[in-house]
Design a protein. Structure first.
Length: 261
């Protein structure tokens, strides 16, 4: 019995070690942990909260993609999507569509060490808006399962009610950040806004923290403070979920140090 228990403990430890090693081997080096990752950054709408045109989502999409490049991702490993791709020739985004996003992930992810997926758009309790379609959590979950699989994956959903994505996307190898609880709106997607509040806080925190764990905490604090300052209620309460396989790896996936002033 003692030998059986010892053997069982050994097999469990070996399995855990193997899973951790699999995640680590997927990265090319600790010096450039995101160099071989793949990213898609999606602006899912171009209308503000009152129905007029807004640049908030495209501004966020453009600058989030630039920030991911600053993490070390190769330019060819970041694909951007916009509802109005014809309005921007420099970045050459693709037209936002669920199929296009899936095809890009399917093309890039097999050769990548990990996946970064960022949506900024309107949302409702059914999911996030991608052009004229609602992307449900179950469909996004299936897309990630088939493309990124068990690779380390960070998914960010900046939209109202985006907490609805957490249960469907939660896997041991994933981190999920959402702009709001499942039953709350988020803020900052008006016609005159530069960025949604969550996206502004994500960009600000990314330049100040060292890894994604610290980033999740910092974004939540930033959003809470901005909403209090603006007198907005009820608070959106951004959500963070980190899978048990990915949690010990994230501190090793450190961000480049910001340039000294």
């Amino acid at each position: 019995m003692i030998r059986q228990r010892a053997g069982l403990r050994f097999r469990i430890c070996a399995l855990a070690f193997g899973l951790a090693c699999g995640l680590l081997i997927a990265r090319p080096s600790l010096a450039a942990p995101f160099e071989s990752w793949a990213a898609v950054v999606v602006a899912g709408d171009s209308k503000g909260s009152l129905g007029g045109p807004t640049e908030a989502f495209d501004n966020a999409r453009r600058d989030i993609a630039k920030a991911f490049s600053g993490l070390g991702l190769a330019p060819g490993q970041i694909v951007q999507f916009s509802v109005r791709p014809e309005a921007e020739r420099a970045q050459k985004p693709q037209k936002s569509s669920v199929r296009g996003i899936y095809d890009s992930l399917g093309a890039m992810a097999p050769g990548a060490a990990g996946c970064l997926v960022y949506f900024t758009s309107h949302g409702d309790p059914r999911g996030a808006l991608v052009d004229d379609q609602i992307l449900p959590p179950s469909i996004l979950g299936a897309m990630l399962d088939r493309s990124c699989g068990t690779k380390p994956t960070v998914v960010v959903i900046s939209a109202c009610f985006s907490g609805v994505f957490v249960p469907a996307l939660a896997k041991p190898n994933r981190m999920i950040l959402t702009a709001a609880r499942p039953d709350r709106t988020s803020f900052g997607c008006g016609e005159a806004d530069t960025y949604p509040y969550f996206d502004a806080c994500f960009l600000s925190a990314l330049s100040q923290v060292g890894d994604f764990i610290a980033l999740g905490r910092a974004v939540g604090v930033c959003v809470r403070d901005r909403e209090r300052e603006a007198g907005l209620s009820p608070p959106s309460e951004p959500q963070v979920w980190i899978g048990p396989q990915l949690r010990p790896l994230l501190p090793l996936l450190s961000f480049p140090a910001p340039p000294s002033r």
